[in-house]
Design a protein around this ligand. Sequence first.
Ligand code: GDP
Length: 322
Amino acid sequence: MTRTFVTGISGQDGRFLADRLLHEGVEVHALAHLEEPLPDLPGVELHRGDLTRVEEVRKLLLDLAPDEVFNLAALSSVARTWTDPDLTAQVNGAAAVGLLESALQVQERSGRPVRFVQASSAEIFGQPATTPQDERTPIRPVNPYGAAKAYAHLMVDVYRHRGLHAVSAILYNHESPLRPPQFVTRKITSTVAAITHGTADRLVLGNLDVRRDWGWAPDYVDAMVLAARADTPDDYVIATGVGHTVRDFVEAAFHRAGIDDWERLVSVDPEFVRPTDATDLVGDASRARSALGWAPTVDFEEVVGRMVEADLALHSSSSPSR
Ligand code: GDP
């Protein structure tokens, strides 16, 4: 039986990955942060720990000797990493290196191959000169999040050359109703639902003109699993290839909720505009398509639609007056 170790289990992708692996009959072990409430994940063996305590995590990994390691843990909100750049460097950068080294030690001790997947990010490209980006696009991050992820991404390649089956999945924005509301997509869909139900009157955002490539999170989890199990390890851009602005997302969300005159309900507050921000992140996933047979299954309109429907349903069930 395959034994898998997952970090970042409480996040959106961790939950989708745990569901998928348990469904396959994989034995899933996961690291739950010391301070967070234990996530409700029946079937997952949870271990308390802190990724920045590299020696403790190494001991755990050497004891468990997993066949696969998925490193999904990160300070995931780009905006927040500006207020916590040191912790971002530790968690999104150095901790990944600690895990890579641990995985290599497990492999050397057990004599069995260990497969490692790093959840990398489009943010490593910063403000790229070309669109769409692919695996050959220069790495030039513009925020603490992207810089820490870039370090981890480069170290995956270093460990790959040392003989670890190490994969870096360069994930573009991927969403679902499990996204927390500090991400723009969920902020939009939860506020649109609140406006529809009369419990909010405005949607206040930052830059509406940035373009992102928004996909469906479970598709991106599938890509990471395919990459882990492929014959040879590589870096893969995981993206839909289709870009939309934040304004497009807002418009599509209001339309889905039946509101066409949405512009009067939206305003911009500089508080939500970032010091530097990538303006156009759209990925070319040709390599994942040809080497892994991966393709996104849910388009932009449907991602927005599913998130709006989920938030409308959540709102109906939580407001007793309706
Ligand atoms: P990110 O791409 O991983 O940083 O994901 P986010 O969902 O947090 O942000 C996507 C884009 O939306 C970024 O370019 C933000 O600057 C932009 N954006 C515009 N208004 C907002 C807002 O109110 N909240 C957030 N989180 N992002 C916003």
